[in-house]
Design a protein around this ligand. Sequence first.
Ligand SMILES: C[S@@+](CC[C@H](N)C(=O)[O-])C[C@H]1O[C@@H](n2cnc3c(N)ncnc32)[C@H](O)[C@@H]1O
Length: 266
Amino acid sequence: MSALPSLTIEKDLQPSLQEEVYVHDVYNEIAPHFSQTRYKPWPIVETFLKNRPKYSIGLDVGCGNGKYLNVSEDLFIIGTDRSSGLIQCGQEISKNQYNLGIADGLSLPHPNNMFDFAISIAVIHHFANENRRVQAIQHILSKLKQKGQCLIYCWALEQENSRRGYKEGDEQDILIPWVLKKNQKKAVKKGNGKLHNDNCNDRKILGNDAKLDEDEEQDPPEETKYRYYHLYKKGEIAENALATKACKIVDQGYEKDNWWIIIEKI
Ligand SMILES: C[S@@+](CC[C@H](N)C(=O)[O-])C[C@H]1O[C@@H](n2cnc3c(N)ncnc32)[C@H](O)[C@@H]1O
């Protein structure tokens, strides 16, 4: 089956409204299904976490179902996400053992200058304009101690070898389809319209998180939801990070359709 086409975003939508409709609402609608695809740590993220000094305290901003919160027993990590549905999944998966909270990445509830490190994996690309993406990085940095490091991943524009085939010169602000399968839709609807997360952790259905892919395809599709993404060009996360004037770049690279960067608070 070929991929569903991506759509171009309406340019005149207010950025916060665009995020509400094409990011937050959608993650809540797809939360149990999305959660099933998120359990395997991405290698560079795992290495970053395992390289933190013992007993460091850190943040996972936009933690989804919290899949990075138990990568290392030697760390104390607080995960926050704007999606109550995904936080509910994280609580279910961890039997309430993860340190989770619902928060927007632009207004984190934590004290400033407190944390040793942070990660924000595949989140910043959901902010709807450059100013908000820079602000989001700046806000994470404000929570770190001086010399605290942060690992950020964003989906890449340059992914010519992927099924979607995005490439330099393509539109960067797009709506990406997420196809909900029939039985998944039922699962979401159970419980009188409330999110029902019985199967947040059911990995039988889909298991291609390891591909670092952001979309899934089933046949036949039941319902397609669209999430807003800003696809990052090479060097663009570094530009956003340096625009904060609050960090230096430690390392950066590309891994399977994503750009990543490690920055350090100055
Ligand atoms: C592609 S998922 C990645 C989740 C998780 N970091 C992972 O690696 O599995 C994007 C996540 O960003 C969250 N998100 C999007 N916008 C956000 C915002 N403004 N504040 C906090 N979280 C946000 C979504 O709810 C979703 O959980």
